[in-house]
Design a protein around this ligand. Sequence first.
Ligand code: ATP
Ligand code: MG
Length: 474
Amino acid sequence: MDRVGAWRRIPAGDAVGMRLRITAVLVGIVLLVLLVQDVPLVNHLQTVERDRLVTKLERDAFIIAGRVEEVLQAGGEAPDPAIVGIIERYEDSENVSVVVTDSSGAAVFGPDFELGEDFMNRPEVVTALEGRPSTGERNSVTLGTDLFFVAVPVLSGDDVVGSVRITTVAAAIDDEVRNRIIGLGAVVLISVAIAAAAAAVLAWTVTRPLKRLDEVTQRLAAGDLGERADEAEGPPEVRSLSKSFNDMSSRLEQLVARQRAFAGTASHQLRTPLTALRLRLESLASSVEGTPQERDVLAAVAETDRLRRMIEGLLLLSRAEDAAVAPEAVVLSTIVEDRAAYWEPLAAERSVVISWDAPPAVDVRAVPGGLEQIIDNLVDNALDVAPAESTIRISALLVGANVEVHVIDEGPGLSEDDRDRAFDRFWRGEHAAPGGSGLGLSIVRQLAEAAGGWAELRAAPQGGIDAVVGFRRP
Ligand SMILES: Nc1ncnc2c1ncn2[C@@H]1O[C@H](COP(=O)(O)OP(=O)(O)OP(=O)(O)O)[C@@H](O)[C@H]1O
Ligand SMILES: [Mg+2]
């Protein structure tokens, strides 16, 4: 499993934000379209409503004129009670005021006026008595408000025998228009609500498969090369993307498997000739013992040792990368004690003390032989730099549900950048001990991560390195 450190996890909130953004954009578009369409419509509605009212009032005025024609022609007496009843009901139901005048402009009928009241001071009545209908709006001093009026002549043959005027407060037209606008607003609101619901469903169907694909990508990036996306989910573009993703991950899996197999086989195959080479060099060394060539031959033996360690390391790495190596539970303190005992005599040769401390009866999850390899590599590194009379401390502590194993030395330490770089394959520090391959720490990290753990180098308080490896508990 390769580390892909730069991978950034997309938080779940981003997907929600994306859905909200898509919904907001679609609702915005619908709102804009409705506004562009409805603002001119409101103006148009005002004109239409006024025209409709004019036509209706004119029609009603002419109907009334037809009814009162005979009465006015006969001499201007009040209309008969049946007609008066109809006009009064009409006034109430339409919220208008009707006045009928004779040809001299005196009121002969009008519930809101006195009989005989002179209407010749009303321009619309004068126009009607001249034989022409008129409509318009004017301020009424009597009522103290704007009036909308319609006045029509009452004709008997060619003679004008009177006039009918219908008035209504101008605000009535605005009220009507307002009612229509409220109706229109309700339609806009319902349209926006439907658009929002449709947009939310649309956004969900688009983002859900993308989110799934994102999760699969992240698992693949975390090293699970067997991950595949669902090629049957989502719109065609996303399905095509899922298919390309699956093709890519299959190819990646094949390539990585081939590469691992090659590294494993190559390392394995190199071991035999290398052992033979070392044997020959050893026999050569004994035959040149005491001669000037002996130093070179011994150096060549040391180089073959380095090469052997490098090959062993590569083999170990390729095995740790093999997913078939399943982690198992091991007893922490037993292994720590065992490895400390193994290293003690080697450390003593350099006057270095090894101390250890681990909680008893605690299990950790590690690949088989992994915990031993990890401790060995870390102690080996520490021993390379530990000054005489110093102590290398191996300690294991429980941290929440996990366990941390620390190997702390009192050596020169490393800079922050180098502490990161030290995990790169083949990287070796400036003051690295001769004979190393630069693979130790990458093996440590590999083994830790194969069991769901982690590894890092920290600066130890005494100035050396605190190498920490985290393990999960079963
Ligand atoms: N405890 C430490 N103190 C100082 N430097 C360290 C320590 N551990 C590791 N390093 C530095 O990190 C480098 C890489 O370490 P790593 O264990 O990967 O390789 P190596 O020890 O050089 O070789 P190998 O372990 O394969 O024999 C070392 O060469 C060394 O410079
Ligand atoms: Mg090492």
